[in-house]
Design a protein around this ligand. Sequence first.
Ligand code: GDG
Length: 472
Amino acid sequence: MAKTIIVSNRLPVKISQENGKYNYMPSEGGLATGLGSIYKDGDNIWIGWPGLAVSKADHQKEITKKLKTESMKPVFLTNTEIEEFYEGFSNETLWPNFHYFNQYIVFDDDMWRAYQKVNRKFARAIAEVLEPEDTIWVHDYQLLLLPEMLREFAPKASIGFFLHIPFPSYESFRLLPWRRELLEGMLGADFLGFHTYDDMRHFLSSVNRLAGLGNSNGMINVDNRKVMVDALPMGIDYDKYAESAAAKETLEREARYRESIGAQKLILSIDRLDYSKGIPQRLKAFELFLEQNPDYREKVSLLMVVVPSRDQVGKYKELKEEIDLLVGRINGNYSRLNWTPIHYFYRSFPLNALSAFYRMAEVAMVTPMRDGMNLVCKEFIASKLDKKGVLILSEMAGASKELSDAILINPNDMGELVNAIKTALTMPVKKQMANMISMQRSLQRYNIHHWVNLFMERLHHIKHEQKALETQ
Ligand code: GDG
C-alpha cells in the first residue's frame, strides 16, 4: 500500500537531555496538529531533524528507536551542518532574501554546499523508506532542492511542496547566485503551494524569467511533466484555540494575571524573535502613542511576548539588544509606581497562558514588516469567545488577504500605526463584534484540516492528470 511521507526541517517533537536521559515532548505547532491525523496513520511517517546535535551512534540509535514508535524518522545533523545549512544558508541567506531584507543576506559558497549536502542527506533518509508510488509532502525553505532530488530516484512518486514564507519578487530572488538551482529543485514537485496569490505570481514570474517556462492557469510544463502551482492559505486548528480559551486552567490564569496587572486595557504582541516581525517599529509606535495621548497613560499597557529564536545568528542577537534598549527606554520614561507601560517577556509560555493573554487583550498588534501568513492573529480571533476585541494587522502579512475586517496598516507608516492604536481602543463594541464574527466565520471554515485536505486533493488531482496523459 502506498504511504504518505511528510518531510520538514524540524520533526514535531522537542527532545531535551537531562542526566544522560532523553525526554520527548510533542511540539504544539500548527503543522503538527494539522498533519497529526495523516502521519500517524498506517505506515505513514514524518522525516526531519530532531532539533539537537547527537554525535554518538548509540544515542542516535536510541532516539531513532523511540521516534519510530511515534511514526517519526530522524535525520541527524552535525554541528557544522547546523551552523552552515540551518543557521547559515537557510536563515542568513534564504530567510532575509525571501523577506526582502536583502541587506542582511550572507553570500557564502561553503554555506551553499552545506545546503546541497543536507538536502541530499534528507533525500537519502527518504530513499530508505520510499516505495515507488508513495506520496511525499515537503515543507519549507530549508528543503528547496529536495523535490528534484526525490524525482531523480522516484519518478512515479507524488511529490508536493509547500512554502511557509513569502516567495519574493523576481527582482529580489535574482540576487541569489544559486537562483536557478533553487528553482529547478522546487520544480521537481508535482504540486507547489504558497500562502498567497502574490507569492504564487512571484514564483511563476521567476520560473518564466530564469527557466524560460510559461504557465497556463498555474500549470507549467517541465520536461513533458505537468507541474501545478496554487495559492493555499494555511488555517489554524480553530477548535483547539476556542476550546483552550474556554478551559478552566485558562480562566484561572486570566483571573490571576488580571489581579496582578490591574484594570488597564491591554494591547497584545506575540512573535518569535525575528527582524521580519517589526517588533522595534511596534514599540516605537506605542511610545509615540503615549507621547501624543497623555490621557491614555496609566490606562493602557503593551503585553509583549518575544519567543527566543535563532539566537546564534548575529542579526538576531542585535535585534534582541535593540528590543531590550527600547523597552528599557519607554518603561524608564513613562512608568509610574502603579503602572508599567510594557510588560515584556523574552520566553515562551504554555498554551493555556497564551490563551489567557488572547482573552485578556482588547487589542492585538500583529504588524510584521513581512510574513508568509502569520498564525498569531488567527489564534487571537479564535480565542475571542465573547466576540469583543480588535486586530491591528500589517498589510505585509499573508493573513491580511483573508482578514479584511481587521484594521489594516502599513508597518512603515508610523502615523498610521499610532492612529490605528487610537481607533482600536475607541472602537464601539457593536463594530468590534461585527468584525470579529465575520473573521471567526471564515477562520472556522478555512481551518487547518481544510488546508491539509485541499493540498492533498490538488496533489492527487495533478498526479491523476499526469497519468491520464501518459496513457493517451
Ligand atoms: C512561519 C512563517 C507562517 C508563539 N509564542 C508562543 C507560541 N507561539 C506560537 C503561536 C503560533 C506560532 O508560534 C508562530 O507562528 P507564526 O505563523 O506567527 O510565525 P512563524 O513562526 O514565523 O511561522 C509564518 C507559519 O510559518 C505557518 O506557515 O504563518 O508566516 O514565518 O502558532 O501560537 N506557542 C506557545 N508558547 C508561546 O509562548 N505554546
